[in-house]
Ligand binder design. Structure first.
Ligand code: ADP
Ligand code: ASP
Ligand code: MG
Length: 265
């Protein structure tokens, strides 16, 4: 099974979601790991941080909600009966986002990935692509040092996939989100969907982990700062880890490790 991770930048608009069907081979066994739509996690953080200025907070929530309404109306133009189904997904998440209890912060942050993955599932279903959505909260777990508990994850995800592999080729799950040792909703830190993808690749003994984003690959410098950077066609695990550790946003710094570990087993 291959792991295909799509970052917020590659799924941030309805047309980009529609484009995914051209990338995924539905006859192969694949698991898609999805980030929140681009900008959502930043906006959720802003909402969480504005928990004292209630009016401004409500305004931010309303603005984000309206963006999602526009999104689903455009995504389901050819299948309008799915708009109401998508609305249920969005309303359920926004019921949590609207709560200003600070204890719910991590749950609020998780709604970005929960919405995007459920919307993708609904979209694929609407165009008759059979797929199965699995909740990362059922298998992705971190310990008291915020490190993934590999044995637990391996066991859980293999069980879930094995129980469904005869019925489905395509699985969808959320990046970034997890449960912690106290069984509360938590996350793998900013940019953590890359890490989710490589942890899953390790746990499922995958042949490939693909990270799809808005750039053609790892460059020799940060293209947001330096002009005329060059794409590096092949990199060792160590160099990739080093580049990401020193700030190359294209990869979560920990995400190289599980793939590297697998290679030398
Ligand atoms: P995603 O939402 O898909 O996870 P990110 O914004 O996290 O995307 O990562 C992709 C971005 O990383 C690129 O658009 C690019 O601007 C930035 N980036 C920073 N350093 C590098 C680098 N060395 N090589 C490639 N991209 C880089
Ligand atoms: N949505 C999360 C973030 O923006 C995780 C990710 O995109 O990888 O940090
Ligand atoms: Mg990223």
């Amino acid at each position: 099974m291959k792991v295909l991770k799509f970052g917020g930048t590659s799924i941030g608009t309805p047309s980009k979601i529609k484009n995914l069907t051209k990338i995924i081979n539905i006859n192969d066994k694949n698991i898609i790991v999805l980030s929140a739509f681009s900008g959502t996690t930043n906006k959720l953080l802003e909402i969480i941080n504005e928990n004292k200025k209630i009016k401004y907070r409500c305004l931010l929530i309303e603005k984000l909600y309206n963006e999602y309404i526009l999104f689903i109306n455009e995504l389901f133009t050819e299948n309008k009966e799915y708009i109401n189904k998508a609305l249920l997904i969005i309303n359920k998440s926004f019921d949590i986002i609207k709560k200003s209890d600070i204890k719910l912060s991590k749950n609020i942050l998780a709604q970005g990935e929960i919405i995007s993955s459920n919307i993708l599932y609904l979209y694929l279903t609407s165009i008759n692509i059979k797929c199965h959505i699995i909740s990362a909260l059922d298998f992705m777990k971190i310990d008291e040092n915020y490190e993934p508990i590999f044995d637990f994850i391996k066991n859980k995800i293999n069980n879930i996939i094995n129980n469904n592999i005869d019925k489905y080729n395509l699985f969808i799950t959320q990046g970034y989100i997890c449960k912690n040792i106290d069984n509360e909703i938590d996350n793998l830190k900013r940019g953590g969907s890359d890490y989710t993808a490589s942890i899953i690749g390790y746990a499922l003994n995958s042949t490939e982990v693909q990270i799809w984003t808005d750039i053609d690959g790892m460059h020799n410098n940060d293209p947001r700062i330096i002009k005329n950077t060059n794409y590096i066609p092949e990199l060792s695990f160590d160099s990739a880890a080093e580049l990401s550790y020193f700030g190359a946003k294209i990869l979560h710094p920990c995400s190289v490790l599980p793939a590297q570990k697998k290679k030398y087993q």
